[in-house]
Design a protein around this ligand. Sequence first.
Ligand SMILES: *Cc1c(COP(=O)(O)O)cnc(C)c1O
Length: 431
Amino acid sequence: MLKRKTDRSQALFEEARTYIPGGVNSPARAFQAVGTHPRFIERADAQFIYDVDGNSYIDYIGSWGPMILGNNHPDVLKTVQDTIVNGLSFGAATEREVTMAKLVCQMSPCFDMVRMVNSGTEATMSALRAARGYTGKSKIIKFEGCYHGHSDGLLVKAGSALIAEGGTPDSAGVTANCAKDTLTARYNDLDSVEKLFEDYKGDIAAVIVEPVAANMGVVLPQNGFLEGLRAICDQHQAVLIFDEVITGFRLAPGGAQELYGVIPDMAAFGKIIGGGMPVGAYGGRREIMECVAPVGKVYQAGTLSGNPVAMAAGIAQLTRLKEDPTVYQHINALGDLLYGGLIDIIETAKAECTVNHVGSLGTLFFTGGPVTDYDSAKKSNLKGYADYFLHMLDGGHYFAPAQFEAMFISYAHTEADIKSTLEEAARFFGV
Ligand SMILES: *Cc1c(COP(=O)(O)O)cnc(C)c1O
């Protein structure tokens, strides 16, 4: 039996469902997978998030990553307040966009140039268009279980043997024609990539990958996987794109590229880059980015792209991340504490669970594992996760309302927070 009152959230959810499909503006925030209604949020501060019924929670979602410095960070907030008084948007070039572009190019190893957009979806979609424009080839390879936003060509799953060419739509409304240029390989399986390059010789423009997968739960690249992708792309003159919408600025100031020392040709960012404002970015080698309009023939645009308020928030957050190594020391140390603690608990409880983690990012899978790709992630006991989630939520610990997501730790979290979360988890597992 849940202890907390959620009447107001429940009432809002009822009303929301009348006007918004499923009551939410993004499926990830529906609590459908865990059999309850969303908690409607009123405010968030530092490591805490507060719902409309007056409940507070330790926040392990952090807006799905952006709040890496903690919710409502004073530096980010101040710069937004200072900026809005001059107007919310001009649709014209501004100095802040230059500052932001320079900053991102300095931080991201693969960036000579960058274009700002408004979401991660736009970033990956535009990066792929640039890669196709640059190579003149049409097919792309993605990996099963990786998520790259909701553009047509990326909502595609592995094709069935009955279909001669390419993938099949993973969403109603995506046409077979859109899906056929997207080929699907298995994460951590270089042979599956090489086979596609054999089968579609000369046709593959790009390989797009989450360098650490975080949308089938967290799945780490095995030794040699990213290096292997680099080598295969070099061999076939295909563009290697890292989708760092989650890993970017989180695993290191230079993201997974920096952490693993594998430099892609292009990368896509989102989430952290906007400090909580809707921002995405794609970029990479100069010769590829110079294919983009108005210099090149690849068209891509955005009325609100490089928005002054969003740039101000992003600059404030990224500057802090670039200049203050204690942020990464802190979140990584807390990651070791949380994920190490969870591993101890599931071992003591002899629970059929697996913890995958790197730095501040991790997932507790309800399967004995190991979890190395989508097939092994899918073995998870979803009812087990839902029970765990509800127990933790009721105890004041706010995790992703679905198994195949990540936990996010921020600079505002403390050792005491992690310890209290581990105590709650230990109670769930009965140890
Ligand atoms: C969230 C996410 C996206 C999509 O970003 P939106 O801003 O939601 O469009 C793309 N790729 C990855 C890896 C993501 O986690």
